[in-house]
Design a protein around this ligand. Structure first.
Ligand SMILES: *Cc1c(COP(=O)(O)O)cnc(C)c1O
Length: 235
């Protein structure tokens, strides 16, 4: 099931990323496009990778497990886990994924640290809109939480990740992106981690340009590349 215009969509998104980077005085190379392939079959992932996609994102372990080995070009891509990760699925997560964007509890951090052989890149997920139904660390707990995971030496924390509240337009979510960047700057100022946090995972189809203007380094984009999702399962 090949998607019409996939190559064109990838180019258009790339162009929008370039423009957003340029208009905010940043370099396009500093922004990683993660193509979010959830609900899409293995041949679509292959087509995307053959059209220049270097990074793919999935949000469910079960789905990733079902399709991973059917993706012929899987080794050419960096695999990002972007959904909520239950501790009992951490073992599979480290098997399939190179980066975990959604570390949101100490027990998960501990388990990932126990399971990985060498090191794994992670992001700490912040519930930046303090929404009850969402996972992520509450903004006020960011410093104590990050402090609590610095002892897990195999976790290479690259920065913060957020899924802000849904707004009616990108301007409404700008304040959440800015607040996330501010939190990250403060973490760096306080030297919570040994290394400086350089990355920010934020921005999706409806708001990625705003996210880039506010400092995003990893934008996670599904619909602008693959079209609407056929939601045969819940998110
Ligand atoms: C689905 C998903 C995305 C991509 O959303 P689009 O609106 O299709 O670009 C990004 N991040 C996460 C965590 C997702 O689950």
């Amino acid at each position: 099931m090949l998607i019409m215009n996939l190559n064109e969509n990838i180019e258009k998104v790339g162009e929008r990323i370039r423009k957003a980077a340029e208009s905010s005085g940043r370099k396009e190379e500093d922004i990683t496009l993660i193509a979010v392939t959830k609900t899409h079959p293995p041949d679509t992932l292959d087509e995307a990778i053959r059209n220049g996609i270097t990074d793919v994102g999935e949000n469910r372990i079960q789905e990733a497990e079902n399709k991973f080995f059917d993706v012929i070009e899987r080794k050419k891509a960096v695999w990002h886990f972007i959904g909520h990760l239950q501790r009992n699925k951490a073992k599979k997560a480290v098997k399939f994924f190179d980066v975990i964007h959604s570390v949101d509890s100490e027990s998960l951090a501990k388990e990932l640290n126990r399971l990985v052989e060498n090191k794994i890149d992670i992001f700490v997920e912040i519930n930046i809109g303090k929404e009850e139904q969402k996972s992520g660390i509450m903004p006020a707990d960011t410093f104590s939480f990050c402090e609590s995971i610095t002892k897990y030496e195999k976790l290479n924390c690259r920065g913060l990740m957020v899924i802000p509240p849904i707004g009616n337009n990108p301007e409404e979510v700008r304040k959440y992106f800015r607040a996330t960047a501010d939190l990250q700057n403060e973490l760096n100022k306080r030297n919570i981690f040994e290394n400086t946090l350089t990355d920010l995972s934020m921005g999706m189809t409806d708001d990625f340009e705003t996210a880039i203007e506010e400092g995003a380094t990893h934008v996670r984009i599904g619909r602008a590349i693959f079209g609407p999702r056929k939601e045969f399962h819940k998110r």
